[in-house]
Design a protein around this ligand. Structure first.
Ligand SMILES: NC(=O)c1ccc[n+]([C@@H]2O[C@H](COP(=O)([O-])OP(=O)(O)OC[C@H]3O[C@@H](n4cnc5c(N)ncnc54)[C@H](OP(=O)(O)O)[C@@H]3O)[C@@H](O)[C@H]2O)c1
Length: 254
C-alpha cells in the first residue's frame, strides 16, 4: 500500500498539502495525517475523496512517545511511504532574551528534532521514486534578527535537506526544501506577529499556501532541491548567497 505521511496537517500550509496531494492521483491510496488537534484533522478528512483511506494520528511531535507510537505503526503495517511532508513547525518574534527558553527549546525540538527523527524513521519504508518534502522558509537564507531561533532552525532544515538529498540519490529518493515567504496562517498568531509588531511582516508581500502546496509538489516530482515562491524571494535567495551575511542581515531584521 502506497501512503503519504503529512505533519502539521490540521491547518495552514499542511492542510493545503493534504488537499493538493489528494487531488494529484499519484497512486497514493492512504494518507496518515499528523497534528495535535483531532477535530480539525477529522474535518479535513471529510473533504477528501471517499476512496482514499485516511488515518488520523493525533500526536504532539515534541513528545517522544509519539515517535515510538509511529515507529510501532510502521513496523506493524509495513507500508510503502511514497511521500513524506515534514511541515509541522512554529516560530516566535522577539529578541532571544524575550522568549521563554522552554518555548525556544520546543521550537528547536519540533522544527529540527522531530523532523529529523521522523525522516530517519520513515526512510526504510520509502521505495525508489519516493519523495521527502521539508518545509523550510526564506528565513533560512539569511539569519533574521528578532527571529534568531526560528531562522536558525530553518537554516538547519535547509542544510539537513541538502545533505540528505545527496545521501538518498543512491536510493532514487528526492528531498526538497520548500522556502515560503510570509503566509497568512495561524503561524502569525502563534509567533505573536500582529499588525504593527514587525515592519518586515507588515511590508513584505504574502505567499498563497495553496499555490505553494501545488507548485512545490510539482518541484518535488521534477527532482528539484529547493523551491521558493515569488520573484522577490527567489532574488532574495540569490542575494543571500552573493552578498556577505553581515550586510544582508541589516535588511533581514524582523
Ligand atoms: N506562515 C508563514 O509565514 C510561514 C513562512 C515560512 C515558513 N513557514 C513554515 O510553514 C510550516 C507550516 O506553518 P503554517 O504557516 O501553515 O502555520 P500553522 O497553520 O500554524 O501550521 C502549523 C502546523 O503544525 C502543527 N503543529 C504545531 N506544533 C505541533 C506539535 N508539537 N506536534 C504536532 N504538530 C504540531 C499544527 O497543528 P496542531 O496545532 O493541531 O498540532 C499545524 O497543523 C511551518 O514549518 C512554518 O515554519 C510558515
Amino acid at each position: 500500500m502506497s501512503i503519504a505521511i503529512i505533519t502539521g496537517a490540521s491547518s495552514g500550509l499542511g492542510k493545503e498539502y493534504v488537499l493538493a496531494a489528494a487531488r494529484k492521483h499519484t497512486g497514493i491510496k492512504e494518507f496518515w495525517l499528523i497534528a495535535r488537534r483531532t477535530d480539525l484533522l477529522e474535518e479535513l478528512k471529510e473533504k477528501l475523496p471517499a476512496d482514499l483511506c485516511v488515518k488520523i494520528l493525533p500526536m504532539d511531535l515534541n513528545d517522544r512517545a509519539s515517535l515510538t507510537q509511529l515507529s510501532a505503526l510502521l513496523e506493524e503495517e509495513k507500508p510503502q511511504v511514497s511521500l513524506l511532508i515534514n511541515n509541522a513547525g512554529f516560530g516566535k518574534l522577539g529578541y532571544v532574551w524575550e522568549i521563554d527558553p522552554n518555548v525556544q527549546r520546543d521550537m528547536v525540538d519540533l522544527n529540527c528534532g522531530a523532523l529529523t527523527a521522523l525522516t530517519s524513521l520513515v526512510i526504510p519504508y520509502m521505495p525508489a521514486g519516493g519523495g521527502i518534502l521539508n518545509v523550510c522558509s526564506i528565513a533560512s537564507f539569511v539569519p533574521n534578527v528578532r527571529m534568531t531561533v526560528y531562522s536558525s532552525t530553518k537554516a538547519y532544515v535547509m542544510s539537513f535537506s541538502r545533505a540528505l538529498r545527496e545521501e538518498l540519490k543512491q536510493k532514487r529518493i528526492n528531498v526538497l526544501a520548500v522556502c515560503p515567504g510570509p503566509m497568512s496562517t495561524e503561524f502569525l498568531t502563534r509567533a505573536h506577529i500582529s499588525k504593527g509588531a514587525s515592519k518586515t511582516f507588515d511590508t513584505l508581500p504574502y505567499c498563497d499556501p495553496k499555490e505553494i502546496a501545488v507548485k512545490s509538489l510539482k518541484a518535488l516530482e521534477k527532482g528539484k532541491a529547493v523551491y521558493t515562491n515569488r520573484f522577490l524571494y527567489k532574488l532574495y535567495r540569490v542575494l543571500g548567497k552573493l552578498i556577505p551575511k553581515a550586510l544582508m542581515m541589516k535588511f533581514a531584521k524582523c
